[in-house]
Design a protein around this ligand. Structure first.
Ligand code: AMP
Ligand code: MN
Ligand code: MN
Ligand code: MN
Length: 278
């Protein structure tokens, strides 16, 4: 069994449509997949139809942007009801936040001498209601302001950089509640990617996440180093968390692993899949 419980489509900052993503994941050998777009479940219904046509198990998901300790933390929800009215209402709020933030990022870039980025970034976003910093990175690249996407984040868009805007995301606890309200299981996404100043801060994050009712942790992720897995497994034991794995796939040309190639779950731990019914 090859599983991948964290992937993005054009409903957020991925480059494949939900249908194309499911086809590619199946080609890559996945037989259990989740679609986890940032702050939206807009691609879920299309992806589910295609996954079922292909005969692979599909988990409806979302990756909720949240804030903790002044940093942006991602909480994945798996097994959500993508039609849940509370979730739908929240997604509308996230869309408003993203749209406002995009205008503010563009203003900051203009003040830094790079005008016209709102139109360019929006043009890269297939889902106009889900403008991402990745779309700004693509716009900066096209404008010749940076040599690659990473430079766009390092010089302008990354947390705390000159064109960074902190969006009014929910707290980690609120993100967990939202996922539960939508019938899903809350998974701490790629804890190895949050490079806090002090190494122990991520321990505090995991403690708060578990206290808020978070049930699972990505012990393997295309967005964290493989040598971070033992720490994740220690949290899984300490807080009795379920374990998950995902490539965090965004595009065929990206730096992250292809669907299902990120490494599978170790034996001796309870997979998040065991608590998912679909
Ligand atoms: P957003 O959801 O619009 O705030 O954008 C976050 C997305 O930007 C993440 O999901 C990553 O795909 C990408 N990203 C964030 N930080 C970086 C970084 N330092 N370098 C490259 N990509 C990043
Ligand atoms: Mn992303
Ligand atoms: Mn993430
Ligand atoms: Mn992701």
């Amino acid at each position: 069994m090859t599983i991948d419980l964290h992937m993005h489509s054009t409903a957020s900052d991925g480059t494949l449509s939900p249908t194309e993503l499911m086809r590619f994941a199946a080609e890559c050998g996945c037989n259990t997949v989740a679609l986890t777009d940032h702050d939206t479940a807009a691609g879920v219904s299309e992806a589910r139809s295609e996954a079922h046509r292909l005969g692979i198990r599909f988990i409806a998901g979302i990756e909720v942007s949240s804030l903790w300790g002044g940093r942006s933390i991602h909480v994945v929800g798996l097994g959500i009801d993508d039609t849940n009215p509370v979730l739908t209402r929240k997604v509308r709020e996230f869309e408003v936040s993203r749209t406002r933030r995009a205008a503010q990022i563009a203003e900051k870039l203009a003040a830094l001498g790079i005008p016209g980025m709102l139109e360019k970034a929006t043009a890269f976003a297939e889902n106009k209601l889900n403008a991402s910093r990745v779309h700004f990175a693509l716009a900066l690249l096209e404008a010749g302001a940076v040599k690659n996407q990473q430079e766009a984040f390092d010089r302008y868009l990354g947390d705390g950089k000159p064109a960074y805007i902190m969006a009014p995301w929910p707290t980690v606890a609120e993100a967990v509640d939202l996922i539960h309200t939508a019938g899903g299981i809350a998974v701490m996404a790629h804890p190895g990617r949050y490079h806090f100043k002090n190494d122990w801060t991520v321990d505090e994050l995991m403690k708060d996440f578990a206290a808020a009712g978070g049930e699972a942790v990505e012990v393997i992720s295309g967005s964290q180093q493989p040598d971070f897995t033992p720490r994740c497994l220690a949290w899984a034991r300490e807080y009795k968390l379920l374990v998950s794995t995902g490539s965090d796939f965004h595009s065929k040309t990206g730096t992250r692993p292809m669907p299902g190639t990120q490494g599978q779950l170790p034996a001796g731990y309870t997979s998040v899949l065991s608590k998912l019914t679909n």
